[in-house]
Design a protein around this ligand. Structure first.
Ligand code: V47
Length: 368
């Protein structure tokens, strides 16, 4: 295989990967430009094995999207709606609590909560929602609010981001998901989400969260109008931030779904680009412990293959996924843990049920 990698022109990168040295922007470009997906997978698998051995993770989780009413109205998003528009919705705190109650018989360990940037819900709503979820299910870990929502909540609270996070932690916030990062490039934000928080501000909020003891994830929405240079600049900014704080848990490349968005003329991503983004991320983000193949966006079958291309996590059972399905995802809205275990096992990995912070809850041996 070494000879094959060298013949594919990746000898120098292989040497760096084997000796744990950091890849440069130009090496990242070489990886993205290559069509030799097997060579990329081989390289990424070296890093994945070093960091995560023979394990691949999943989690029992529930998604709650409390409202899709949003003032940002990003061009790539089919979820966000103007207040009063067809299909706009907001849940009361009681409705959110009911969603939690409905699934008390399932062994859920994480509730993932995100919504749009709502024009008039008060800060107290968000605190009541966290307290309400905690009251219904005290042992669950609440992973809530992207950096974009946190910036908005700090504005509502009239406090600094750090002080706002402390209040939210007190109410039950356990960690933050990685959404809202999109592509940090100002050009891309101008073209697709001009009202949204800047990339620099997103990174600053993530780092502030880390300094306040909250772990967070990071994403990149790829496959729309960004260039591979802009993807690499995004990854480099995340790698730099992680060097500073060490607070990121996982990176999740998000495949753009065009249906029902203002960018509906664009095509869906291809399987090769999906795998490439996983592999390049695994190679470039040498300081991120985990790379997630989010089955909702790329499908369970490709997410399974991605476990051999750098990913070590398939996310979770999810249920009622809304954001990608409003943009035309053809995956199911939930997946059973038995299916996740089978997908992981048939990929040659040991399935490990984890909690949000990657503590091991159950190692699934061969017995089921
Ligand atoms: O912030 C919006 C993206 C994100 C579309 O942290 C779209 O573990 C594809 O961040 N096509 C929300 N993507 C989802 C997200 C996430 C999901 C799973 C796990 C985690 C985690 C985070 O979805 C948004 C935005 O970046 N998005 N519209 C679309 N049309």
């Amino acid at each position: 295989m070494k000879k094959y990698i060298e013949q594919a022109g990746f000898g120098a990168i292989l040497d760096k990967v084997e000796t744990g040295r950091r890849l440069t922007h130009d090496e990242g470009l070489q990886l993205y430009r290559s069509h030799d997906i097997l060579a990329l997978g081989y390289l990424a698998d070296i890093v994945r094995t070093r960091l995560n051995g023979d394990r691949a993770y999943f989690i029992y989780n529930q998604h709650i999207n409390y409202s899709n009413i949003c003032t940002n109205l990003c061009k790539f998003c089919a979820f966000g709606k103007e207040k009063g528009a067809d299909k706009a919705y907001e849940m009361s705190v009681d409705e959110v609590r009911r969603k939690v109650r409905e699934r008390l018989d399932e062994p859920i360990t994480e509730i993932h909560v995100v919504g749009g940037i709502h024009p008039d819900l008060p800060f107290s709503y968000y605190l009541e929602m966290l307290r309400g979820i905690r009251a219904e299910r005290p042992e669950v870990h609440i992973q809530a609010f992207t950096c974009v929502e946190i910036a908005h909540l700090a504005g509502l609270a009239g406090k600094s981001v750090g002080d706002t996070l402390e209040v939210l932690k007190e109410a039950g916030l356990g960690s933050m998901p990685g959404g809202g990062a999109e592509v940090f490039s100002p050009r891309i934000r101008r073209l697709t989400c001009e009202k949204k928080l800047s990339g620099d501000d997103w990174l600053e909020i993530a780092k502030t969260a880390h300094r306040h003891g909250l772990r967070t994830n990071a994403t990149m929405l790829y496959g729309h109008v960004e260039t591979i240079e802009e993807r690499l600049e995004h990854l480099a900014a995340l790698r730099q931030a992680q060097d500073e704080t060490g607070g990121f848990l996982a990176f999740i490349p998000l495949a753009f779904h065009p249906q029902n968005t203002a960018l509906a003329g664009l095509s869906k991503t291809t399987g090769i680009d999906d795998l490439k983004n996983i592999a390049v991320a695994r190679l470039f983000l040498d300081n991120f412990p985990h790379i997630k193949a989010y089955w909702v966006m790329i499908g369970p079958k490709l997410a399974q293959i991605a476990l051999s291309f750098g990913a070590d996590d398939m996310d979770g059972t999810v249920k009622e996924e809304v954001i990608t399905h409003m943009a035309g995802a053809d995956t199911d809205q939930a997946i059973g843990s038995t299916t996740l275990v089978r997908l992981i096992r048939e990929a040659g990995r040991v399935p490990v049920e984890r909690d949000t912070l990657y503590n091991v809850l159950r190692v699934h041996g061969t017995e089921g």
